[in-house]
Design a protein around this ligand. Sequence first.
Ligand code: ZN
Length: 85
Amino acid sequence: MAKKFHQPTRMCVSCRIKSAQNELVRLRCVDGGLQPFGGWGRSFYICKDCLLDEKKAIKSLMRQCKNGDRENLSNKLKEIIADDR
Ligand SMILES: [Zn+2]
């Protein structure tokens, strides 16, 4: 029988599907601004599938950050994803 490895799962804020932590990007909002998670503060996860669907991702980010500035969030998100590679 295959051994079950314990994988921590986190829920994507956009599609609400639980995935392994390494399938998700961890972000946080500071004063309504999107930032990569830096070890403190409230964080949330978004899955890589949702990141491909930017419109959907931004909608969730607007809700998470209580920030209605779609363009600002979109630019920040691109920056963070680019840094992540
Ligand atoms: Zn998702």
